[in-house]
Design a protein around this ligand. Structure first.
Ligand code: ATP
Ligand code: MG
Length: 400
């Protein structure tokens, strides 16, 4: 391998004038976390781009394999460095072109001459390198517009830097650069995808999960922890708060009429989520709701549920079709976990005939017969918190 460093382009974050430093610092921190097992990899952050270097080719390669899942990176290129000397550059160019299939391919050399004292001007360099490559690979033909292989050569004072590859990054913004929110994480398909999309927009997450043992199993909880761990691989640790929800669900079951119990359950879940949010200094609540998917996700239901709080509720999947959500879940590696067959609390307690158009006044009226507040406070107090990725506590706090 001839790569000596990796060039990282920020994309969107470079547009954010004043906040740029904050974003670059956050990206650097997230990358440090992603590369925590790669002791030799060094990160050098500049205003518009970043470089990864390492004495170990193997670790550089491993770092490159992790880059596509780090948000805030627009694209990246492995770079080969050689002496700023025409013969050395020609030789390196041949090595790099030789990496790829050349039969029937088109090709172009592009030069950036940052070091203006270099003896050859841009046109001469382009000519000399191009001719040399064509002698070695006569099957190539030159094409100026959209060539198959674009060899980019930058001449700087410290040397010449060559690359022929641009890999697409994950896009988005560095996780944590756009604040902190809580994600209502069920064991279903939708909520992990919703969490992923918010992380992609730079939001770091605490997850909240409602469990109703013994009606919900340990495996159902493990599944949620595995989902959170998967999410944490996209750039920031995720805490999971498991809320004991059995008493509340049973009370709803006996005190609230069947046809509004689903709405009441959701309202109480949201009240609890909002209290945890406040304690964790998070600003918004994220859910996996998608309009019209089930009875609790009609506009009427969402309105009735939403009434318990003024906190912004972010629903990144509100307009997404189920099949597209499934496709995303497969791509991000949560689908396989989500389809494990353990049921969550809403499935087990859900009434057979939930109202698709609950009337808020009625819901409030029926809820009024029971004082849920002490139970809600107790559930918040008795939550059990897990830290993902599963690591020792010390390691986890270093990551934050
Ligand atoms: P999902 O696939 O995310 O479970 P869903 O289509 O099954 O979504 P619902 O079960 O109606 O829809 O849940 C809607 C949203 O409410 C979920 O996306 C999630 O954000 C939240 N939610 C539901 N159940 C739980 C739970 N047990 N713990 C935490 N959040 C939950
Ligand atoms: Mg669900």
């Amino acid at each position: 391998m001839h790569w000596t460093e990796i060039l990282i382009r920020y994309g969107e974050i470079s547009l954010k004038g004043r906040n740029r430093k904050k974003f670059v610092d956050r990206l650097r921190k997230n990358m440090k976390q992603a590369f925590r097992d790669l002791a030799t990899v060094k990160i050098k952050a500049e205003r518009d781009r970043m470089f990864l270097t390492s004495d170990s080719e193997e670790e550089l390669q491993q770092a490159m394999e992790k880059l596509p899942s780090i948000f805030g990176i627009h694209s990246f290129s492995p770079i080969a460095k050689c002496e700023a000397d025409l013969e050395a550059i020609k030789e390196m160019a041949v090595q790099i072109i030789g990496d790829d299939e050349t039969a029937g391919k088109t090709f172009k050399v592009e030069i950036k001459r940052t070091d203006k004292s270099f003896p050859l001007v841009t046109g001469e360099l382009q000519q000399a390198i191009g001719a040399h490559v064509l002698r070695q690979f006569p099957e190539l033909s030159v094409q100026m517009k959209k060539p198959d292989i674009l060899l980019h050569v930058e001449i700087r004072e410290e040397g010449a830097f060559l690359t022929s590859k641009v890999f697409k990054g994950a896009g988005g913004m560095p996780v944590g650069s756009n604040g902190h929110s809580v994600l209502m994480l069920s064991g279903g398909i939708d909520s992990p995808v919703a969490g992923y999309l918010m992380m992609k927009r730079g939001v770091s997450l605490d997850a909240i999960h409602f469990a109703s043992p013994p009606f919900t199993s340990d495996q159902a909880k493990e599944k949620v922890l595995d989902l959170a761990e998967r999410l944490s691989s996209f750039g920031a640790p995720v805490r999971v708060h498991v809320i004991p929800f059995t008493d509340i669900q049973q009370t709803i079951g006996t005190q609230v009429p069947n046809n509004v119990s689903m709405t009441t359950t959701r309202r109480i879940m949201l009240r609890i989520a909002d209290m945890v949010r406040a304690e964790e200094n998070a600003l918004a609540i994220v859910t996996g709701e998608s309009l019209g998917q089930v009875a609790s996700q009609t506009l009427e239901s969402l309105t009735a549920i939403n009434e318990v709080t003024a906190t912004p509720i972010l629903r990144p999947l509100i307009s997404t079709d189920k099949l597209d959500i499934i496709k995303m879940a497969e791509e991000i590696g949560t689908y396989e976990i989500s389809i494990r067959p353990y049921e969550d609390c809403c499935t087990i307690f859900s009434p057979s005939n939930p109202k698709t158009k609950p009337k808020l006044e009625k819901v409030i009226y029926y809820e009024g017969f029971t004082d849920f507040e002490p139970m809600i406070q107790e559930a918040v107090r008795n939550r059990v918190t897990y830290e993902m990725p599963r690591a020792t506590n010390d390691e986890f706090h270093e990551l934050l």
